[in-house]
Design a protein around this ligand. Sequence first.
Ligand code: HSE
Length: 322
Amino acid sequence: MDSMAVKKKPSSSCTAVAPSSTANLGPGYDVFGLALDARYDRVTITKRAGKDSNITIKMSDGAIPSVPESNSAGLVIKKMAQDFSITDDLDIVVKKGVPAGYGMGSSAASAAAAAVAFDGLYKLKLDKNRLVEYAAEGEVASAGTRHYDNVSASVLGGFIISSVGQDGIRFIRIEPPKDLFMVVAVPAIPVPAKKTEVARSVLPREVPLKSAVHNVSGASTLVAGFALGDVEMIARGIDNDVIVEPARKHLIPGYDSVRKNAFAAGALAVTISGAGPSVIAFLKGKTKRKQVIKAMEAGFMEVGIKCQTFACGPSKGARIVV
Ligand code: HSE
């Protein structure tokens, strides 16, 4: 018998999935993110024979650009390849599960799955903070800026606080309580190509101190709720945004009716999911989810808009699947 050990062929491909997410949660604009166990994007990276840094992208959703420089997964992979001096030609396949452009962290899910798949393929073993930093590169494709709330949640799962300090940005993860449940209503309305940029452009450049104090109170209550595992406290915090929601809600037809109906059906808090136009309701337990779904659908129907709904708990975040 040949005594030579059989060498395991290094793998030439890696696939990761990453979940949808909701950003802001009311008063935590650009700071809070929560991963949703609703829809997932799937990214496969395969090495080709060449070493000319050529990257091809195949998208399951033809509406999303497949040029690496304008694609959230492509931007992440280009940056990671550059930083680690990897010149392999790569084929990337992105299978979209998260609806794009509706405030469910769609670009972030592709970016998060791309960062995790690249890390897995090249066995980089990057720490969580660096993985999120790389995933945030992808947000430039859709938002024009690097913001971390969706990508951090999509990479790490659970509830995430983007914590800014002298040493840069760090991500604090809190495991959400088991009885936290969400209903997301995604209205079937057309959204502009650069929707997040548009939704950011309507926000005030400066806010009165009184409003800042109000939002800090809401954000602190929300964090305390996550830390204590108290869904009612989380909801009380979410419902305290006097800065972003009032400035954006006119972009969502029927918003006030959807919100009112969801509360009447048993939701404890209702707000815009990320930059919208999806609306997210927070529930204690899942027993009232069907009533809340119906109520939100009826709210949108009041202005003649159909919506798709997702009922879900929090997600554990991105993971390698193959
Ligand atoms: N925090 C961001 C915003 C999320 O509200 O603009 C967008 O994905």
